[in-house]
Ligand binder design. Structure first.
Ligand SMILES: Cc1ncc(C[n+]2csc(CCOP(=O)(O)OP(=O)(O)O)c2C)c(N)n1
Ligand code: SF4
Length: 288
């Protein structure tokens, strides 16, 4: 049986020392081993950004896609090969700016995969511009007088889009984050896990200390019930989204695959797709 070490490869991450993304990488590796996967059972699909490099740092199948497009690729991989556990991952810019259309539709489509967003509330790779997760007033090179836009609330957005699994974590809470990723992998449907993952180089506001002071663990809220969508929304609004833990899970709703009429028993990846001569000639004739 694989251990988390089997999900390591020999590529040294070039994240800045102290970047929150290191813990997310470790949590994915631990969760994959804890749920009994072998490296050949896992595909990690990422977008572009510092966070997007993660697919290259895990010993599994991987695809480093294009900016904001990890979800279309990840959904395609899962539809073509249901035997793979698929994790999509990227930054808050990747998922909530250029990729937001894909994020909302992937949530409501409910394909069985886990989407992990490394939310540092800034664009890291391009050297520190405002992201849709930056608070209004946030000063960066792209907003020297402070951002005049308000920040997106991804967890509230996910609930309204019909999400069946919504969770949030903080990268230093390795144990909690690992458990949430395990639960996300085991959830039969689309799971969104937003991870506060500080950018120590460009975001001097939302630091490790800032999160420690401002985050509330749902486990400490008496009578919190993650199956209650209304309570989840109220709690998010009350805490300005700054909560960690399993926010909402709906185990009743079927995944996209289960709904799909005619979804073949044999995954496309294992099907014999070779055309015999007769079929090839017939197809070719259509283009003559
Ligand atoms: C189509 C396209 N638009 C813009 C870019 C430039 N770009 C690369 S990464 C990035 C944002 C990175 O921020 P985020 O997704 O939050 O990830 P982080 O680097 O913070 O982990 C941008 C705008 C690009 N590579 N491709
Ligand atoms: S720039 Fe920020 S997000 Fe990128 S590796 Fe460095 S600390 Fe991490």
């Amino acid at each position: 049986m694989a251990t988390f070490k089997d999900f390591r490869n020999n590529v040294k991450p070039n994240w800045c020392p102290g970047c929150g993304d290191f813990s997310v990488q470790a949590a994915i590796q631990r969760a994959a081993a804890n749920v009994g996967l072998e490296p050949e059972n896992l595909a990690v699909i990422s977008g572009i950004g510092c966070s997007g490099r993660i697919s290259g740092y895990i010993n599994s199948y991987g695809f480093h896609g294009i900016h904001g497009r990890c979800l279309p690729i990840a959904q395609g991989v899962k539809m073509a090969n249901r035997d793979l556990t698929v994790i999509a991952s990227g930054g808050d810019g990747d998922g909530f700016a250029i990729g937001m259309g894909h994020t909302i539709h992937a949530i409501r489509r409910n394909v069985n995969l886990t989407y992990i967003v490394m939310d540092n509330q800034i664009y890291g790779l391009t050297k520190g511009q405002t992201s849709p997760r930056s608070a209004s007033g946030f000063k960066t090179k792209s907003t020297p007088a402070g951002s005049i836009e308000s920040a997106i609330s991804p967890m509230e957005m996910a609930l309204t889009a019909g999400a069946t699994f919504v969770a949030q974590s903080f990268s230093t809470d390795l144990k909690d984050l690992t458990a949430l990723i395990e639960a996300g992998i085991q959830h039969d449907g689309f799971s969104l896990i937003n991870v506060y993952s500080p950018c120590v180089t460009y975001n001097k506001i939302n630091t490790y200390e800032w999160f420690k002071e401002n985050l509330t663990k749902l486990a400490t809220i008496e009578e919190y019930d993650p199956s209650n969508r209304e309570l989840a929304m109220q709690t998010l609004m009350k805490h300005d989204g700054l909560v960690t833990g399993l926010i909402y899970q709906n185990t009743e709703q079927k995944s996209y695959q289960e709904h799909l009429n005619g979804y073949a028993e044999t995954p496309l990846a294992h099907a014999d797709l070779q055309l015999d001569q007769e079929h090839f000639d017939k197809l070719a004739a259509e283009f003559m």
